[in-house]
Design a protein around this ligand. Structure first.
Ligand SMILES: [Zn+2]
Length: 702
């Protein structure tokens, strides 16, 4: 996905920590607030011209009201309307996958503090607003309170946590668990916004639906602490400006610096907009008229103020029923959402814990559990670990050992003075035998024996179709693995996990497999990875990855792809010394779809290079002579029938150092000359694979 403005937002993230709310304004380019509001509204208007027409009619009226108010002197900074202070209940929906986007309550509370300073002119940095605008810095008399009651009347701290992969998508479809906009300002906090923006909002009456009306913003743009920072902590102030009917100071486009524009507010000078904090000689659009670079609706990254005209416009939005803004602050709603309770009630916790996904460990291994309870901070924890040692705990974050193979559930009861909540992850810890299932001198899997395959291999297809054993084709024998990529649009990751194998008996193991794959269209970037684990799947290390055209073994095929014999490629997976000595090694094939064609895998072999493994009666008389060799040597063998044949030279680690031959060979005797002058002195192995057979000869180069 193309990242709009990503370089600029990255610059902002890296530059911004140097700033703080009290620092002086500088002329540096701190990057954009990459706001997506106008981009989103343009998309909605394109699909719904009626919304656009209504918006333009309201805008004309708002501008007329603004001009009239301006003419009667709102520039004197007396209130254009009398109080009340409008109080708005706000809820933060944290859409997360237990990553850094699951920001702390403290970070959210810090953001609410910043909003209330900015909208009440209590921010200390108004002192460094340039003199020409000091007189029109507005106290907007708008405040925000985290909701204390949810739509069902249940206790909430105004921070709603939802586990979902939508955190990585971040569009209107990611706005989960919407609370009625008539009662709450909804803010959704995500890891990624797919349009590339840091945040976006809808001006009143422009959202495509009520349940999309609110603000979406990146977790790193919330607050000034935790994963936030002072330099980006005013982004939500800016987005709420939009939510309350403010445009960018240069008008309704996302891109500043293009042409002089007007925001329909008389006391914000016409401007092109600023992406840097240029506080002098900034009268670009009208000579002698300085522009309001420090306005919250700018991209200057030194935003400090709303104007009196902007205050008027926002307050007008809050007295209009457009987008149901006028019901937010009603006395009845403040009671219904509990924000009159001050301080807020302490809610009972909602219990949750990590790790989030199923845990797989070897018997004797241990798992670290982390409390993730929310809504009300727990003060007591009561864990239950059937099958674990200890089997109960009252620690917040206990580590538990499992000694007996089996599958176990985990329960957490989190409590405080208000109440208790229990949460169970069922069949959550998978404890596997520490001893490997296979400890022979070779491990060879051709998917031929269906019973063995079903006993040994685990298929994890969260997306539905994916990995399956097939007899529709094979490199050797009659069966192999196929990943069915039909209908995938991309992003699916599915796994094929093998049994545990001891490397000890193999000695200098060499891990090879056969692969066949075709792109469906040029540019497909499907990815095949091979990972290994030495701790029964608790952690995995990637040892192989190929994607797109590098993975392909056959021409691009738009229809169904079934490889011919010559469309398979032999792959070698490098194993480091730790893996070569592992007492318990597991293999995982992981395929990440990009909508390409099917991939096939066959002949998964882990064999010792010095051993003669899986001898085939069709191969005979394999010799390498002279041996030791100096300048060259000759490999000789006899085949009983026509077969696909591969000859390679590998070093002691199994790394291929020379490809001698790959292709079909006729029955009979064959001789291949090997130029060993190109090899460093040392010990190598000449590997011959023909059909199902796999034989190796040690080769010494002097
Ligand atoms: Zn904006």
């Amino acid at each position: 996905m193309k990242k709009i403005l990503c370089a600029l937002s990255a610059a902002a993230l890296f530059c911004a920590p140097a700033l703080n709310a009290q620092s002086a304004d500088h002329g540096h380019n701190h990057g954009l607030i990459p706001c997506g509001t106008d981009h989103q509204m343009a998309r909605v208007f394109a699909e719904n011209p009626q919304l656009k027409a209504e918006f333009e009619a309201r805008e004309a009226q708002a501008e007329a009201e603004d001009r009239a108010a301006f003419a009667t002197g709102y520039m004197d900074n007396t209130r254009s309307v009398m109080p009340p202070v409008y109080i708005i209940p706000i809820v933060f929906h944290i859409i997360h996958n237990y990553g850094s986007e699951n920001i702390s309550d403290a970070q959210v509370i810090d953001q609410v503090r910043i909003l209330n300073e900015d909208f009440r002119k209590l921010n200390a940095d108004t002192s460094i607003v340039v003199p020409g605008f000091q007189g029109i810095i507005a106290d907007c008399e708008i405040e925000f309170r985290l909701a204390n009651l949810d739509p069902n009347g249940n206790c909430t701290n105004g921070i709603d946590r939802i586990v979902s992969q939508e955190t990585y998508i971040g569009d209107d479809g990611s706005k989960l668990n919407y609370w009625p906009r008539a009662n709450y300002l909804n803010v959704w906090v995500v890891n990624t916004i797919s349009s590339g923006a840091a945040g976006y909002a809808y001006l009143p009456g422009t959202a495509p639906s009520a349940s999309a009306d609110g603000i979406m913003i990146l977790s790193t743009y919330i607050g000034s602490i935790g994963t936030g920072n002072p330099g980006t902590s005013r982004a939500l102030t800016h987005e709420i400006g939009h939510f309350l009917n403010l445009q960018h100071t240069w008008g309704s486009t996302n891109n500043p610096g293009v042409s002089c524009g007007n925001d329909g507010v008389s006391d914000t000078p016409v401007t092109e907009g600023w992406t840097s904090c240029n506080l002098t000689n900034n009268d670009v659009c009208n000579a002698g008229v300085d522009e309001n670079v420090q306005n919250f609706m700018e991209y200057s990254y030194c935003s400090r103020m709303f104007t009196i005209g902007q205050r008027t416009r926002m307050r007008n939005a809050l007295t209009s029923n457009t987008g149901q803004r006028s019901s937010l602050w009603s006395a009845a709603n403040l009671t219904a959402t509990g924000v009159n309770n001050n301080p807020a009630n302490l809610c009972a916790p909602i219990a949750d814990f990590r790790p989030a996904g199923i845990v797989s460990i070897c018997a004797g291994g241990s798992v670290a559990f982390t409390d993730q309870s929310w809504n009300g901070a727990p003060t007591g924890w009561s864990w239950s670990f059937p099958g674990g040692t200890p089997s109960t705990s009252t620690a917040q974050n206990p580590t538990i050992t499992y000694n007996t193979p089996g599958v176990y559930s985990v329960t957490l009861n989190a409590s405080n003075t208000t109440g208790t909540d229990g949460f169970t992850r069922t069949n959550f810890v998978q404890v596997l035998p520490a001893a490997a299932q296979y400890s022979n001198s070779t491990y060879v899997e051709g998917m031929e024996n269906v019973t063995t395959f079903n006993n040994d291999w685990t298929i994890v297809n969260p997306g539905g179709n994916g990995w399956a054993r097939t007899t529709s084709t094979a490199f050797t024998g009659t069966a192999c693995m196929r990943y069915d990529n039909t209908g995938n649009s991309g992003g699916q990751v599915e796994e094929l996990i093998g049994p545990s194998v001891s490397m000890a008996a193999i000695g200098n193991p060499v891990f090879t497999f056969r692969v066949a794959f075709a792109l469906r269209a040029a540019g497909d970037n499907d990815r095949l990875r091979v990972l290994v684990s030495t701790n029964c799947g608790q952690t995995w290390t990637q040892r192989y990855a190929k994607s797109g055209s590098v993975l392909a073994t056959a021409p691009t095929t738009s229809g169904s792809f079934t490889p011919t014999a010559s469309q398979w490629r032999l792959e070698t997976v490098s194993l480091n010394s730790t893996l070569q000595n592992a007492a318990n090694l597991r293999i995982k094939f992981e395929f990440e779809s990009d909508g390409g064609n099917d991939v096939y895998i066959d002949d998964i072999n882990i064999v010792g290079p010095a051993s003669v493994s899986s001898p085939d009666l069709n191969i005979s008389l394999f010799t390498v002579f002279p041996n030791p060799a100096q300048e060259n040597t000759t490999a000789m063998f006899t085949l009983a029938e026509q077969m696909q044949t591969d000859i390679q030279v590998v070093d002691l680690t199994g790394r291929e150092v020379m490809t001698v031959y790959s292709g079909e060979l006729q029955p009979g005797e064959h001789r291949f000359d090997l130029n060993t002058a190109t090899l460093s002195k040392g010990i190598y192995f000449v590997r011959l694979r023909a059909g199902n057979g796999f034989v190796t000869q040690k080769l010494v180069v002097e």
